[in-house]
Design a protein around this ligand. Structure first.
Ligand code: HEM
Length: 570
């Protein structure tokens, strides 16, 4: 509500009052809603939840009410599921009902012209888009992407190894200042991690890579687009999200609509521009095994070479705008989340030196100093994998998950789940549950050792599942295996060859490490929880490691050229 002017707030209250009176007269449900904190008339619990950082409050209520509680945010019913069992019972076992989304009107209907996959209802278009994304980034595709992740991680550890020689501010281009959604300076090491996390989906979708670390407007725009959609979708930002009546106003009375349409054109200059580039490449005879290229060829063979517009052609094939947004959705879903996980990994290990030392010892004993770790080493590096699992448990990037929707009235544990309710799998509460994870705030990779196979975040076994960072049921992350591949290869190689430590505080003489547990001080607000900027000193662990990393980077440049990709520009 901090976002609303007094007039807006007044209008909102009046509109909510009208609808609320209408609803309470008509509703006479047999079952009670789940328990929950008392709210105000009309507004419900709206003022009790900070939309920019809701997870601490949702955790407190989870501790008070148990398995499930109910909130009302304005007119919106919200059901919050706080244990792995409750979330799995509904979001996974009854996924036929619980796989929709309550789409924010301005962000989905206008900014995204209804085409953004993350916000789509559980309907035909989503199923077609999801199937195509699974072919491009699902488990089978993820195996084929590994050689590329291997190569990009060689660039990334070279960049990180060389970084401290430049200092954490590093070079800044003028575009840094001009770019509104980008709060990471180009010279900061966060930027190097972002390059790595973004180049992978760039390749998966478009067969391109991000070869430069400065002056790369296309990569900057990916983060601007992610930052912008997150802001637009933020509850409380647009009255039209909660008062449908306002959607009928003409444009001259609805400046937000005009502005959101303008932002849509801007987004399309990225997503649509990339699709156009791929079409041109195809028309020039470029055939490659990437998402858009493969899809366009198959669509053409099915008789839909030209399919402009939104939605589906022939009820089966994505038309251009849906296709552009589906690839764009992969790009944005993959970039910030993977970068956040890598940054969280580094922060977690700096906060836990004995864990860092043990992970490094494991890599040293299995891999030795003469070569880098590879994907083949993964099964012999269980502690490293456990550190990654624990990173995703201890501070998951999508910390409140992505809310689902109840598409039908339902009943759970004797309580009513109303049709249309937002249903949140409270990932943070599940991960902080001391029964499931003893000492939940502590970073303890050992808790993931032993038992079922390592890659089990999405496994069906409730007890054996390492964490819920990738979500639930049919909406489960569409790129989990790609994400795990990126995390493993970069983190293992960093541990192997690059020393990273916090700079010394000149006043205290102690290492300056942000406190992992300080939510306000250390973590950004918003949809993806990313550590705020912090400085790290990187250096090769010895001359021998430096030689291997440098030589590998130099050899890589010919490999990029052989693949028809741009070499690194440094
Ligand atoms: C550490 C990295 C990542 C994390 C923590 C993460 C987490 C998530 C979460 C929580 C969701 C929502 C699940 C739900 O609704 O229950 C999601 C959805 C999605 N993710 Fe990821 N993700 C990551 C990386 C990736 C990557 C690398 C890709 C693609 C290559 C990807 C593609 C997607 C897509 C397409 C969706 C939308 C699914 C839908 O709405 O149907 N993600 N992810």
């Amino acid at each position: 509500m901090a976002f609303l002017s007094t007039t807006d707030a007044f209008l909102l209250i009046v509109a909510l009052a009208c609808v609320w009176i209408g609803r309470s007269r008509s509703a006479s449900p047999a079952l009670k809603l789940p328990p929950g904190p008392p709210g105000l008339p009309f507004l419900g619990n709206l003022l009790q939840v900070d939309p920019l950082r809701s997870y601490p409050q949702l955790l407190r209520w989870a501790q008070q009410y148990g398995d499930v509680f109910y909130l009302r945010l304005g007119l919106q019913d919200v059901i919050v599921l706080n244990t792995a069992k409750a979330a799995d019972d509904l979001l996974t076992d009854r996924s036929k009902i619980y796989s929709g989304r309550v789409a924010p009107h301005v962000a989905q209907d206008i900014l995204s012209d209804g085409q953004r996959v993350l916000f789509m209802p559980h309907a035909r278009e989503w199923k077609i888009a999801r199937r195509a994304m699974s072919a491009a980034a699902g488990p089978a595709a993820a195996k084929k992407i590994r050689p590329f992740q291997d190569m990009e991680s060689r660039t990334a550890i070279y960049d990180l190894m060389c970084h401290s020689a430049k200092g954490d501010e590093g070079p800044r281009s003028s575009s840094t200042q001009a770019s509104p959604g980008r709060e990471v300076p180009e010279g900061h090491w966060f930027h190097l991690v972002r390059r790595f996390s973004t180049t992978v989906p760039m390749f998966v979708n478009y067969g391109k890579r991000i070869s430069r670390i400065v002056d790369n407007p296309q990569m900057d725009m990916v983060y601007d687009v992610v930052g912008n959609v997150t802001r637009v979708a933020q509850p409380g930002n647009y009255l039209a999200d909660v008062v449908p009546l306002l959607r009928k106003l003409p444009d001259w009375m609805a400046p937000w609509r005009v502005e959101a349409r303008r932002m849509h054109e801007w987004e399309m200059s990225l997503f649509g521009g990339l699709l156009d580039e791929e079409k041109v490449a195809l028309s020039e005879g470029t055939v490659r095994d990437t998402f858009l290229n493969t899809y366009l060829r198959a669509r053409s063979a099915a008789g839909h070479a030209e399919a402009p517009g939104n939605g589906l052609a022939g009820d089966t094939w994505m038309r251009d705008k849906l296709l552009a947004y589906t690839a764009g959705s992969l790009l944005e879903a993959a970039s910030d989340t993977t970068a956040a996980a890598v940054l969280t990994f580094v922060l977690a290990l700096l906060n836990n030196p004995p864990v860092l030392q043990r992970a490094r010892e494991e890599v040293d004993s299995i891999v030795g100093p003469d070569r880098m770790p590879t994907f083949d080493d993964e099964e012999n590096l269980p502690y490293v994998v456990a550190c990654i699992q624990e990173t995703l448990r201890c501070h998951p990037p999508a910390i409140t998950g992505v809310p689902h929707r109840a598409d039908e009235d339902d009943e759970y544990k004797g309580y009513r789940i109303p049709k249309g309710a937002t249903v949140i799998g409270n990932v943070w509460a599940i991960h902080m549950n001391p029964v499931r994870y003893p000492d939940p705030t502590k970073f303890i990779p050992d808790r993931h050792l032993g038992g079922p196979p390592l890659r089990r975040a999405g496994g069906p076994d409730l007890e054996g599942r390492a964490h819920y960072a990738f979500g639930f049921g049919r909406r489960f992350c569409g790129g989990k295996d790609v994400a795990e591949g990126s995390l493993f290869i970069l983190c293992a190689r960093l541990l192997w060859g690059v020393d990273f430590r916090a700079p010394t505080d000149p006043v205290t003489g102690k290492p300056r490490v942000p406190d992992f547990a300080d939510e306000d001080g250390t973590w950004s607000t918003g949809f993806i929880a990313v550590p705020k900027l912090f400085d790290v000193q990187f250096a090769p662990r010895s001359e021998k490691y430096e030689t291997i990393i440098r030589r590998s980077f130099e050899e890589l440049q010919d490999e990029w050229r052989d693949m028809g990709l741009l070499p690194d520009e440094r």
